[in-house]
Design a binder for this molecule. Structure first.
Ligand SMILES: Nc1ncnc2c1ncn2[C@@H]1O[C@H](COP(=O)(O)OP(=O)(O)OP(=O)(O)O)[C@@H](O)[C@H]1O
Length: 900
């Protein structure tokens, strides 16, 4: 037992000992004086004897004085100490509310008036705490003041947040607690937020408290711990609160069941920190019906006004007289102020204050392997027990559904989970894929520095991109399946047990996963298929999925029920009843009662109501998280893990690589490196200009950043090629492409021949020189260059020796050029205009790149026919269509570092 506990335990004794010391001084003096009286009886002594007597008496008095003063000083110090913590009730202030964690070992009730001859003094009247027995009083309103005093004392000197009061006042409808009614709103203090008056609610409350006591005895104390105070002594960071059960007017409204519960509480409550305090109508207890209760009261409780420490004290102090004096009750305004402070303090303490780092306390980084599953702490029960998140084990679930309305703390919980996982498991035990569909930067903290365990950090993702991630993971699953088969092992556990090869578990986390299903069947169908495969087969291969969403409403049509039925672990934060039933399970509405943040429910039984576990989630403070990530990165460096985190940011196009990168590419054919494919691997989209008819490239879309980025990448790609004799750039847009001007102005190895007027292009010469030189003709603004448009001129008969029109020349180049290595790359901002004014030319452009187009325009642009093509209306991607091969590829074009 700790030293401080010993000190605390002895306070009452020390106080009594100090009074005992005073008494001792008095007693000693009396004894010594007696002896002197005996030795020198009477007054009629000879002078010599008289002097000796006088001298000895003086010495005795001196000694007494010394001893008395010293004892008094000590007593005074002790009294001050007690009063510092427990002033008189009329001196209570906000400053002396107990905001610490120490429980008192005695409660001050009034004072004791001590007198000896002319001396008089006061000491606090301390009553040992916790009470060993229940308390009762006759049901008279005069007795209520004692109860009020007890309440006030407990509220003020118990650590804030650690008193809970259940009160019933059936006859006076709550008025028995008049002075405290303003506190009923404080849920932490009065969980029912009212005084109970009816038999059914009283029965329920008693049943709950009895269950609570039973649970403590069986599951917390387990026969090893003897009492509430012993438990709290051993668990000082996580104490059990003290519960006061006040029932006025017993046996009013007590049913047979209530009587039974009350009997149990009178007997076992005090040892478990549940103190029944009853006011009793004694005449009614005469009834035979209440014999059991009467016996329990006699046996297990004490009359409240007869707990008299003065009796004990009088045994110590025969010489000093002791009189008890009642506590002072505060004035109305002092009481109002004080109760308001208590209310504030309790409200504040109700705000859950545990921090993220409390979750892993001092546990080592990466201290576990994931062979038998993954288990990490994610919060606490209200009693302070750690609540684990477990997946992948023999007796645990494998996939997780997390849902809660906006603001309920989903992102926070995901951070808590990610940090807890990355604290516990190294990158060779666990790989995390983070796919976030939210607008915002929630997961970007894991991108820089990259979280060593993260294989992917994708923010503001595209549904199309999400599908590629699912495809990557299903490939991984199939690879694992092959590998396991070749080694004749059944599952991840057997593989890890039988092989020294490294194989981490995988956890895919998709935030706002419903977005995957919101873009029509084109994306939803493959997404659903692959997700289904991961959910069905992932368990055997150590691949797990966590799906987070605000609501499941609206995605029901997509056999969502079937998907969800394969997810055994459900985590629900605050939401509507309807959502609660969807997330947790039919008729499981408990999540609608949560106050999130920080409350949540975790259910590891497919949502069965009986498996609900409420828990409190710590706040993932940004600064703390940043430090933790830095620490994890540092450990990864020390242990030689070289990360390979893919970063995908859906709101930013990739930056164009440097010239060296273009130079390093193969130059066997003319290749244009235009961006990154919209796939998990994000390979470069490299388009080869092959010598085949109509292999010209038409680029259309209305977005300057993408236009300029594509133009710049084309020029940079061409600059790196060897087999091109001339690059001709014609600007028909009448605006300068700011993002590409550097590449047009001769920054590269070869000059670009620039033109702004069609006639200066000498288009008529090009078809004649196709055998001699290979040219790339870039027409920027095909749609706005009238000379290339179809019109009456295109139908006129060509007269002999008349030079061909620009339209005829370009047509010839488009038609014959590709076979000889001369290609046209044309840009058209406005596809509609281009489609109608350049229709004679369009069939020669079998390669097309489109961006920022509506579904109708995209349909005709990509396929050449009327129809719709979805997904091009955002400014963060483009599509490449090779119409000869009938291939369509999504990609993210390079830009020059501009943010979109
Ligand atoms: N356990 C917690 N303790 C204290 N504050 C919290 C806790 N969890 C979340 N919060 C706070 O609540 C607010 C909402 O949290 P969060 O962003 O995680 O909710 P959300 O469910 O992801 O919301 P949305 O879906 O709208 O993005 C934030 O201000 C956050 O700081």
């Amino acid at each position: 037992m700790s030293k401080s506990r010993n000190n605390r335990e002895s306070m009452l004794k020390r106080l009594f000992d100090a009074v005992g010391a005073l008494n001792h001084a008095v007693a000693q003096r009396a004894q010594k004086v007696d002896r002197i009286e005996k030795d020198y009886p009477g007054e009629k002594l000879k002078t010599e004897a008289y002097n000796t007597r006088k001298q000895r008496l003086a010495t005795v008095n001196q000694e007494f004085e010394k001893e008395w003063v010293s004892a008094l000083k000590h007593l005074d110090e002790l009294c001050k100490k007690v009063r510092q913590r427990q002033p008189h009730l009329n001196d209570l202030t906000v400053e002396n509310i107990n905001t610490g964690t120490r429980f008192p070992d005695a409660l001050a009730f009034g004072r004791m008036y001590l007198t000896y001859q002319n001396w008089k003094g006061y000491i606090p009247r301390l009553i040992p705490f916790p009470f060993k027995k229940s308390l009762w009083l006759p049901d008279q309103t005069t007795g209520h003041r004692l109860i009020h005093q007890l309440m006030l004392r407990l509220m003020h000197c118990m650590p804030v947040g650690n008193v809970e009061i259940t009160a019933a006042d059936p006859l006076r409808l709550g008025t028995s607690l008049d002075p405290f009614l303003s506190l009923l709103k404080v849920k932490r203090l009065f969980p029912q937020q009212r005084l109970l008056t009816r038999s059914d609610e009283l029965e329920n409350a008693l049943a709950r408290l009895t269950d609570y006591v039973e649970d403590l005895l069986q599951n917390k104390f387990k026969g090893e711990i003897k009492s509430w105070s012993a438990y709290n002594e051993a668990n000082s960071s996580n104490p059990i609160p003290y519960k006061l059960l006040l029932i006025f007017g017993v046996p009013e409204q007590l049913t047979d069941k209530s009587l039974w519960y009350l009997g149990r509480l009178l007997e076992h409550g005090p040892a478990c920190g549940v103190l029944p305090v009853l006011t009793i109508d004694e005449s009614r207890l005469e009834d035979r019906k209440f014999t059991g209760l009467r016996t329990a009261i006699d046996k297990y409780s004490k009359r409240m006004d007869s707990i008299v420490p003065a009796e004990i004290l009088t045994k110590h102090v025969s010489e000093i007289s002791v009189v008890e004096e009642q506590e002072f009750w505060p004035g109305r305004s002092e009481l109002t102020d004080f109760l308001a402070s208590i209310s504030d303090r309790y409200e504040q303490s109700a705000k859950f204050s545990k921090s993220l780092t409390d979750l892993w306390c001092n546990s080592d980084y990466w201290g576990h392997d994931a062979v038998q599953g993954v288990q990490v702490p994610i919060g606490w029960t209200s009693e302070g027990e750690i609540v684990p998140f477990s997946i992948g084990g023999v007796n645990t679930e494998h996939h997780v559904l997390l849902a809660g309305r906006s603001g309920s703390g989903k992102s926070n919980l995901l951070h808590v989970l990610i940090h807890s996982l990355c604290h516990t498991y190294s990158p060779s035990e666990l790989n995390i894929y983070l796919l976030d569909y939210k607008q915002g930067t929630e997961f970007s903290v894991y991108a820089s520095p990259p979280l060593p365990q993260a294989k992917l950090v994708a923010t503001e993702s595209d549904p199309e991109y999400g599908v590629t991630v699912l495809a990557h993971l299903t490939e991984e699953l199939e690879k694992r399946a092959q590998e396991f088969k070749s080694r004749s092992v059944r599952d991840f556990y057997e593989y890890r047990e039988s092989s020294a090869a490294e194989l981490p578990r995988v956890l895919l986390i998709i935030d706002e996963f419903q977005i995957l299903f919101s873009e029509g069947r084109q994306v939803a169908e493959p997404a659903e298929k692959m997700l289904n495969q991961l959910l069905r087969q992932g368990r055997a291969y150590g691949i797990h999925v966590l799906l987070a969403t605000q609501t499941l409403k609206g995605i029901q049509s997509l056999s969502m029920g079937q998907l969800i039925s394969q997810i055994g672990c459900r985590i629900a934060l605050a939401c509507s009843e309807e959502d609660s039933a969807m997330i947790l399970g039919n008729s499981n509405w408990e999540a609608s009662k949560l106050s999130s943040p920080p409350e949540g429910i975790i259910n590891n039984s497919n949502g069965a109501k009986s498996a609900n576990q409420r828990f409190l989630i710590p706040f993932a403070d940004r600064g703390l998280c940043k430090d933790h990530i830095n620490k994890i990165t540092q450990i990864a460096d020390q242990r030689g893990y070289c990360g390979s985190t893919r970063i995908f940011n859906g709101s930013r196009l990739p930056e164009m690589p440097a010239a060296d990168w273009f130079n390093s590419k193969s130059h066997e054919a003319v290749q244009l490196h235009l961006g990154e494919r919209l796939s998990f691997e994000a390979e470069p989209l490299s388009l080869t200009l092959v010598n085949r008819p109509s292999s010209n490239l038409l680029i259309s879309g209305y977005n300057d950043a993408i236009h300029d980025g594509l133009l710049a990448s084309i020029l940079q790609s061409l600059d790196a090629q060897n087999g091109i004799d001339e690059i001709i750039y014609f600007n028909g847009r009448s605006i300068v492409s700011a993002g590409a001007s550097k590449y047009l102005d001769g920054s590269g190895k070869r000059p670009v021949s620039k033109h702004e007027c069609v006639t200066s292009l000498n288009l008529t010469d090009i078809p004649d020189e196709l055998h001699k030189s290979k040219r790339i003709l870039i027409i920027d603004g095909l749609d706005s260059t009238k000379e290339f448009h179809s019109g009456p001129a295109s139908f006129r008969p060509v007269k002999k020796d008349e030079p061909p029109s620009p339209q005829e020349s370009i047509k010839k180049i488009l038609e014959d050029g590709p076979l000889h290595g001369t290609f046209v790359i044309a840009f058209a901002d406005n596809w509609k205009r281009c489609n109608s004014s350049c229709k004679d030319l369009l069939s020669f452009f079998e390669m097309r790149i489109g961006f920022c187009m509506n579904e109708d325009d995209a349909g005709s642009f990509v396929s050449g026919a009327i129809g719709k093509f979805k997904g091009l209306d955002t400014d963060n991607r483009a599509v490449f269509a090779d119409r000869l091969k009938n291939q369509v590829s999504w990609f993210r074009p390079y830009v020059n570092g501009e943010k979109l």
